[in-house]
Design a protein around this ligand. Structure first.
Ligand code: NAP
Length: 473
């Protein structure tokens, strides 16, 4: 059970505590934030609503701890990270249980997220020792007009206090993908977990606590982003913001001060399918890539752009596979589980209603029970429909029929998003050329978009068409 066993000290009555200065604390606000179970739609957990004064104290603590940590030998930092990784993997069951209850992640995927996170922490420790163990040596006469009279030594130094804000869909994995690199490089951390997913994140933080990191190095403040988010991101004690999420990132980038920003934002990942593609491979990639975790992945396929001549055959194959997906509770490890909040379900429904009014072809009947939305393929979607451009973050996938590859590339590049994409064809030369023309961070050839393996480059949203369009007046 969440908050029991080694995790008992993180709970105060029925409210989970926040973490700072090496200890679990109750907020002086006397207020808590409820976390609603997406499946039952009732309160599952509660977390502290931290105050601004508490955030101020946390920042001070993090700053002091960072100064000492920066002097801690690299090999010792790595040792502690390996220890935390091992504890995290040992504790996969209770943490996965939180993911099932807070964000309706299917049980097996929840365990995978925790194990993968442990592996990532270890990987950061190993790579950190190598990368940070190296420096550069420059000589002055390599630049015109200079004699060899000066030498320059460079090495990497920490930034200071890192504010880490992950999204709900991978609250553990996308938290450690910030925590691991930050810590090995000598920084301290203030983590603001997503509200849905906060309890899983607090359990993960406790694993770092159990590993014996110095007091104040890792801190976790809870509360709604809409309430404490601005105070955190505009706080003068923050030296870098690492954010993953949706349009919130655009607002943060406008408000944050002169600090480095690492932004991983949304996606409308396009899947371009040519006439010569292996349609069985495409169909299984679309179902896995578009509907895993009910489409709530930044890398989910979010628009299918298929050549008209093979569209009927492809749609038939995809529909046959969709009919086999299990729909229900995350505890039962169903393929399609409830989406994270009622407002997310309402948003998705708005996109579906718009498509219906504009006469898209419904391959399945639209069906919703609470937050549970049944998988839906919308065929004959046209550019005047919202679903052609917006990110539903749910199990609803639009198919746009195209008459030329150029049309597909044009749609992909006209999108406000630029995260990932994929192309299916047996002609590798065409695939490379199309991949090159798609303005996305990564293009997979004959495979659905994916973030992993976690050591592959992924920081692709900066600059993207989205940021270019929205940040430039
Ligand atoms: P979101 O609504 O943007 O929230 C992300 C995080 O920001 C949450 O922790 C949220 O806290 C916090 N937040 C909200 N308002 C804030 C504010 N004013 N200041 C600071 N932080 C604030 O995104 P989401 O719904 O959790 O996640 C889904 C989105 O993330 C999708 O667009 C998806 O594509 C994207 N995503 C991108 C990647 C990538 O690597 N590119 C990976 C995964 C997901 P609360 O929960 O308390 O509001």
């Amino acid at each position: 059970m969440a908050g029991s066993g080694v995790f008992a000290e993180i709970l105060d009555g029925d409210v989970f505590k926040y973490y700072t200065d090496g200890a679990w604390k109750t907020s002086s606000s006397g207020k808590s934030v409820p976390i609603i179970n997406p499946t039952t739609r009732s309160t599952q957990y509660k977390v502290q609503a931290c105050t601004q004064e508490e955030v101020n104290k946390v920042m001070e603590t993090a700053k002091t701890a960072q100064k000492l940590w920066a002097k801690t030998p690299l090999w010792k930092r790595a040792e502690l990270l390996h220890k935390a990784a091992a504890i995290l993997k040992e504790q996969k069951a209770p943490i996965a249980e939180c993911l099932v209850k807070e964000i309706a992640k299917p049980a097996k995927d929840a365990v995978t997220e925790v194990v993968r996170s442990g592996d990532l922490v270890s990987y950061c420790a190993e790579e950190g020792v190598r990368i940070l163990g190296e420096g550069k040596f420059l000589v002055s006469d390599s630049f015109p007009g200079n004699e060899r009279s000066k030498y320059c030594l460079t090495s990497k130094i920490p930034l200071g206090v890192i504010l880490a804000i992950p999204p709900f869909n991978y609250p553990v994995n996308l938290a450690v993908s910030k925590i691991g690199p930050a810590l090995i490089a000598g920084n301290s951390l203030v983590l603001k977990p997503p509200t849905q997913g906060a309890v899983a994140a607090l359990h993960m933080v406790h694993c770092f606590h159990l590993a014996g990191f110095p007091k104040g190095l890792i801190n976790c403040v809870t509360g709604r982003g809409s309430e404490i988010g601005d105070f955190l991101t505009m706080h003068p004690g923050v030296d870098c913001i690492s954010f993953t999420g949706g349009d919130t990132g655009i607002a943060i980038s406008k408000k944050a001060g002169m600090v480095p920003l690492q932004m991983e934002l949304g996606g409308k990942d396009a899947c371009i399918i040519l006439e010569d593609a292996d349609l069985d491979l495409v169909a299984s990639s679309i179902v896995k890539g578009g509907f895993s975790y009910s489409g709530q992945r930044c890398t989910a396929i979010k628009v299918v752009l298929v050549m008209e001549s093979v569209a009927d055959a492809l749609v038939e194959k995809v529909n046959a596979k969709l009919a086999k997906l299990t729909v229900g509770a995350p505890e039962d490890d169903c393929d399609i589980t409830p989406v994270v909040t009622e407002s997310s379900a309402n948003f998705i429904e708005g996109l579906v209603t718009d498509a219906k009014q504009k006469e898209a072809t419904f391959c399945q009947e639209y069906k919703r029970e609470g937050n549970l939305i049944y998988p839906l393929l919308l065929d004959n979607v046209r550019p005047d429909m919202r679903i052609a451009w917006e990110e539903p973050f749910g199990p609803v996938l639009p198919v746009i029929r195209i008459n030329s590859v150029e049309e597909g590339i044009h749609h992909c590049n006209a999108s406000n998003f630029g995260l990932q994409g994929c192309v299916f064809t047996r002609d590798i030369n065409k695939a490379i050329l199309i991949g090159d023309a798609m303005e996305t961070g990564t293009v997979q050839i004959n495979s659905a978009p994916a973030r992993g393996p976690d050591h592959f480059p992924f920081q692709v949203n900066f600059p993207t068409p989205l940021l270019k369009k929205k940040l430039m007046p």
